[in-house]
Design a protein around this ligand. Structure first.
Ligand SMILES: Cc1ncc(COP(=O)(O)O)c(C=O)c1O
Length: 431
């Protein structure tokens, strides 16, 4: 059920364009759409962009944030490290508070660095410490392939068999969503052999938003470390990473955090490890105490908190892009976004259901607390050609094999009218 009365229940929605336009008119966040570049077709018409789950749109202010750094580089050269308007040496610190707010963490727990899969490996260096008796890793059966490849390679790296060492949390026959009781069964049977649970915070395929706190609790009960890949959660749902108690989390910023293709990623390490110098980790000069980093020939002195997991000096242009976007998140606040998101996706669900349950199946949970903005849709007897037709009609969403269309109305820049138009075009194609 919906959390607050502010959210519409499915029966509160109505058909027709006027209703969509009315929802847009009453939407206090609607003006944020103007802060984004909305891609257009070759005739100059705005596309219906429902693909923020893959690549978020560009905030209009990103260019000026990046230009500032280009100008300072042009004018100051190396001096920009200390003399730029936003000095590059501490630049990542300008992002820390906003990033911490977005993922529900304390500033000491987050760092913006590297890329997603790289961060996952760095976290596993610290939190996957297998022994001959306890070495298995649990992931979702339909985890994102990169996550699966990463954990398999960690198993091999430590000399274990990557099939035998991997436990898949599977959906039951005829179902897509994962059940917590099945995870509990896995833990009861294999808990003593499991070193790590590595779960997607929001599953990329089904859109199921997991209860991070419960998963962490059950993992810790059996003495396992627990980490989450929040690629589809960061900027989309309220992750509350600190309260979840998770050992670590990683995410990218090019989806809901709108920082541009391949941009820099994020990592969370729980506060309880902030001063832990006993954990294994890979280090570089950026993991070293900032005060003495440039004395160069000193013994290694570990930085406190998640910052201590950095290795290299970070890419400033990419940090500038994520900063431009985080400033918008900071202004709006993740809980307001979430409120709109539930309304927008609820409306989307309502319209899709009008097409008939024989035609459309939504595999994403119907409980708004168990999903973000994405709906994963199966269309009866459809193949990839349906996705092609949708694209040709001006709807940008994505297709995931074997048979799912993922659509993500993003509360920062999508409108209720976008959602209405998408369903109208789908209806036309199906007819
Ligand atoms: C859940 C998930 N994990 C991992 C990745 C891989 O990300 P990267 O190429 O940034 O390492 C993605 C990319 O979309 C993803 O969605």
């Amino acid at each position: 059920m919906l959390k607050t009365e502010k959210h519409q229940t499915l029966s509160n929605y109505k058909l027709g364009l006027d209703f969509a336009l009315g929802l847009d008119q009453n939407d206090e966040l609607s003006h944020y759409r103007n802060q984004f570049h909305i891609p257009k077709d070759k005739h100059g018409n705005e596309l219906i962009y429902l693909c923020g789950n893959s690549l978020g749109l560009q905030p209009k202010q990103t260019k000026s944030y990046i230009n500032q750094e280009l100008e300072d580089w042009a004018n100051l050269g190396v001096e920009g490290h200390t003399e730029a308007k936003n000095p590059w040496l501490p630049y990542h610190e300008f992002l820390t508070e906003s990033m911490a707010k977005v993922v529900g963490a304390k500033p000491v727990e987050v760092i913006t660095m590297n890329t997603l899969t790289a961060n996952l490996h760095f976290m596993m260096v610290s939190f996957y410490k297998p022994t001959p008796k306890r070495y298995k890793i649990v992931i979702e059966a339909d985890a994102f392939p990169s996550d699966k490849y990463a954990v398999e390679s960690q198993l091999r790296h430590h000399g274990f068999d990557d099939k035998e060492g991997l436990i898949l949390w599977k959906a039951r026959e005829g179902e897509e969503l994962l059940r917590y009781e099945d995870l509990e069964t896995i833990m009861e049977q294999h808990g003593h052999e499991i070193a790590l649970l590595m779960i997607g915070g929001v599953n990329y395929y089904t859109g199921q938003f997991f209860d991070l706190k419960s998963i962490t609790k059950i993992g810790h009960k059996y003495g396992c470390k627990v980490g989450f890949d929040c690629a589809h959660g960061a900027g989309n749902v309220e992750l509350n990473l600190h309260d979840s108690g998770a050992d670590f989390a990683v995410w990218c910023t090019y989806k809901y955090l709108n920082s541009g293709p391949g941009s820099i990623a994020g990592a969370f390490v729980h506060e309880r490890y902030a001063n832990d110098k006993t954990l294994n980790r890979f280090t570089g000069w950026w993991s070293h105490n900032k005060e003495t980093r440039f004395n160069m020939r000193q013994e290694f002195d570990q930085l406190t908190g998640a910052e201590g997991w950095q290795l290299s000096n970070p890419p400033i242009l990419s940090l500038a892009a994520i900063r431009a976007s985080l400033d918008i998140f900071n202004e709006v606040g993740i809980s307001k976004l979430n409120e709109k998101s539930k309304n927008l996706t609820g409306y989307f669900e309502f319209l899709l259901k009008q097409l008939g349950e024989n035609t459309i199946r939504i595999i994403t949970p119907s409980n708004p607390e168990e999903r973000g903005c994405q709906l994963s849709i199966q269309v009866r007897d459809a193949d990839k050609s349906l996705h092609k037709k949708l694209t040709e009609s001006g709807v940008i969403c994505d297709w995931r094999e074997p048979d799912v269309i993922r659509c993500a109305p993003v509360p920062l820049y999508n409108s209720f009218q976008d959602v209405y138009e998408m369903v109208e075009r789908l209806k036309e194609i199906l007819n």
